[in-house]
Design a protein around this ligand. Structure first.
Ligand code: GUN
Length: 301
C-alpha cells in the first residue's frame, strides 16, 4: 500500500481561508475585530522567525496584531505587568508568550498569569482542566495537537473515532498529553506511550491512529506501523545531511517517512505536515476567542 499524503500546506491554507472569511463576517456583523498580542523576550533567531510568521498570518486574517519585543534582561515583574495590561485590554482576544523565556523568568508563573479566556496557547491550568474534562467548547487547545486533529479528521473523513485504537508516542504537556485528551474526547481508545513503555514497536502496531511526538529522528519504522493506519508525525528534528555538502543539515520527523508511507493508509510528511498547521490553529483560536466575546458561534475545521 502507498499512503495518502496528508498535506499540511493545503490544510493550513484552507483553515486560514475559513478564519479570514469568518473574521470578515464577524467584523461586518458585530464590529468586533479579533486582536492578538504576541510577546517575545530575547533575541533567539528561531523564536523571532516564529513570531514574525504569527504576526504576518494575523494580519492576513484581518486581525489586529501586536508584537511586543522585550530585551533578554527584562525583569520578570515587567513581563507580568505587560501581561496584566493585555489581560485588561478589550481589543486583545489572544495573548501568546513565545517560549522558551530566559532562565531568570519563571515560565510557569508567566503561563498562569495569562487570562485563561485569552490563553490561545491553551497552556494555562484552566484550559488544561477544560480539555481533560471534555469541555471542548470552552477550552483553548494547544495549537499543535489541535492542528493534528484537523488533519486526522480530514484523512479519515470523520470526527467520531469510536472503535479505533490510537497510540500517542510522547507525553509532553504541549503535545502528547493534550493529543491523548482530544483523541479520547473523539471516542478513540487511547494509549500514551513513552520512553519507559515495554515493546513500543508491538504497541504501535496495534494502532489505527499513530501519533509520534517524541523528538527522536525517524524512530518509528515501517514494521511498527499497522497496514492502513493513519500516521501523524509531530516531530521536527534537524539532522546532518552529508548529501547537501559539508555541514549540511535537513529536517526529518519522528517517523521514517519513506518506508512507513509504504505501509500506512495516510501519513503527514515532515516538513510540510503538522508544523504548518500550528500557526493556522493559533489564528483559529484567536478568532474563537473574539467570537465568544461577541456571542457568535465560531467556525469548525
Ligand atoms: N515555542 C515553541 N512552540 C511554542 C508554542 O506552541 N507556543 C509558545 N508560546 N511558544 C512556543
Amino acid at each position: 500500500m502507498t499512503a495518502t499524503v496528508i498535506d499540511g500546506k493545503t490544510t493550513a491554507a484552507d483553515v486560514l481561508a475559513t478564519v479570514k472569511a469568518a473574521t470578515d463576517k464577524l467584523v461586518a456583523r458585530t464590529g468586533v475585530t479579533p486582536g492578538i498580542a504576541v510577546i517575545i523576550v530575547g533575541e533567539d533567531p528561531a523564536s523571532q522567525a516564529y513570531v514574525r510568521s504569527k504576526g504576518r498570518r494575523a494580519e492576513e486574517c484581518g486581525f489586529k496584531s501586536e508584537t511586543h519585543r522585550l530585551p533578554a534582561d527584562t525583569p520578570e515583574a515587567d513581563l507580568l505587568a505587560l501581561i496584566d495590561r493585555l489581560n485588561r485590554d478589550d481589543s486583545i482576544h489572544g495573548i501568546l508568550v513565545q517560549l522558551p523565556v530566559p532562565d531568570h523568568i519563571d515560565e510557569g508563573k508567566v503561563i498562569q498569569a495569562v487570562d485563561p479566556d485569552k490563553d490561545v496557547d491553551g497552556f494555562n491550568f484552566v484550559n488544561v482542566g477544560r480539555l481533560v474534562t471534555g469541555q471542548l467548547g470552552e477550552a483553548f487547545v494547544p495549537c499543535t495537537p489541535a492542528g493534528s486533529m484537523v488533519m486526522l479528521r480530514r484523512a479519515l473523513g470523520k470526527s467520531d473515532l469510536s472503535g479505533l485504537n490510537a497510540v500517542v508516542v510522547g507525553r509532553s504537556n504541549i503535545v502528547g498529553k493534550p493529543m491523548a485528551s482530544l483523541l479520547l474526547a473523539a471516542n478513540a481508545t487511547v494509549t500514551t506511550a513513552h520512553s519507559r513503555t515495554r515493546d513500543l514497536p508491538g504497541l504501535c502496531r496495534s494502532a489505527d491512529i499513530l501519533v509520534a511526538a517524541v523528538g527522536r529522528p525517524e524512530m518509528i519504522r515501517a514494521d511498527w506501523v499497522k497496514p492502513g493506519a493513519c500516521v501523524i508525525d509531530v516531530g521536527i528534528n534537524r539532522v546532518p545531511a552529508p548529501e547537501k555538502g559539508e555541514g549540511g543539515t535537513k529536517i526529518v520527523g519522528d517517523v521514517a517517512y519513506d518506508e512507513c508511507a509504504e505501509v500506512a493508509g495516510s501519513i503527514t510528511p515532515v516538513p510540510g505536515g503538522v508544523g504548518l498547521m500550528t500557526v493556522a490553529m493559533l489564528m483559529a483560536s484567536t478568532l474563537a476567542s473574539a467570537c465568544r466575546v461577541a456571542g457568535v458561534e465560531p467556525p469548525t475545521y
